[in-house]
Design a protein around this ligand. Structure first.
Ligand SMILES: Nc1ncnc2c1ncn2[C@@H]1O[C@H](COP(=O)(O)OP(=O)(O)OP(=O)(O)O)[C@@H](O)[C@H]1O
Length: 248
């Protein structure tokens, strides 16, 4: 369904992604685990196409030289040269790191902004679904995004991404800075979203414990390279992975 092969990203001479390949099947959850600066956001930006925009902006500003290599295909079509808007229309939707919700817009407005790719019927149906999976949001539809707790903001960011009708949802560190209880609640919701919306998910996280139980397959990213990959059980039983990513 989705496949990336030989992805390389250079910021000037600094290699941020080194020959990374990954695949995500229909209705699968793929985990990408890595420490700070391992290259998770660079990978998610590359998959969503945002890296093309960043490269263009840098070129126009005479800034750093960004070089991209590798192939990405989605539902049988090559998309590595497709703009992020084209990928989004095809169903590749990124929910970026640090939520990036609109702080001065209400919960409802934030969700409506997400529905720009949906028909009216889809938007209405998805809005109901978002309130079903995140009932906490239903009680605060008029509250401004900036006044929400971290957990509520993350629910809103995922809800907004759902409004865009994803076939492949890219979640960049959705658990960052949240309490363990909220982390487990969100991990459970991500699994339900996959099952109930028949969506594929690629989730990048630093701390594997809450996410590992919901993935089908995972990759460990270190200094821009995918150093280990395997099924859920295989990764959970790997002593190196345990030590590095299951710490307290
Ligand atoms: N625009 C940029 N110019 C130069 N170097 C960059 C740029 N963006 C990221 N990097 C570097 O590339 C490497 C990978 O960064 P990236 O943000 O992808 O990591 P990450 O795994 O998402 O980390 P974090 O958990 O801190 O978000 C880091 O060494 C980072 O400093």
């Amino acid at each position: 369904m989705f496949e990336a092969n030989g992805l390389m990203v250079f910021y000037e001479n600094m290699l941020a992604l080194n020959n990374v390949s990954l695949a995500c099947g229909n209705e699968q959850i793929i985990g990408v685990f890595g420490a700070n600066s391992a290259g998770k956001s660079t990978l998610m930006y590359t998959l969503a196409g945002i890296m093309l925009d960043i490269r263009k902006k840098e070129q126009m500003a005479g800034g750093e030289r960004i070089t991209l290599r590798g192939e990405i295909s989605f539902q049988g079509e090559r998309v590595e040269d497709a703009k992020p808007s084209v990928r989004a229309k095809a169903g590749i939707i990124l929910c970026p790191e640090r939520r990036r919700i609109f702080p001065e817009s209400s919960v409802l407005e934030n969700l409506e902004i997400g529905s720009y790719l949906a028909t009216r019927e889809q938007a209405e149906e998805t809005l109901e679904y978002v309130f079903e999976i995140f009932p906490a949001l239903k009680a605060i539809t008029r509250r401004l995004g900036g006044f929400l707790s971290g957990g509520e903001q993350q629910m809103l960011a995922i809800g907004r991404a759902l409004m865009a009708q994803p076939k492949l949802l890219l979640l960049d560190e959705p658990l960052l800075g949240l309490s363990p209880a909220i982390q487990y609640l969100l991990a459970k919701s991500i699994k339900e979203i996959k099952e109930q919306r028949k969506t594929s998910v690629i989730v990048a996280e630093q701390y594997a414990r809450p996410i590992m139980p919901i993935i089908d397959h995972g990759y460990i990213l270190e200094n821009g390279s995918a150093v280990v990959e395997g099924g859920r059980r295989e990764l959970m039983d790997n002593p190196d992975v345990k030590n590095a990513y299951f710490g307290t």
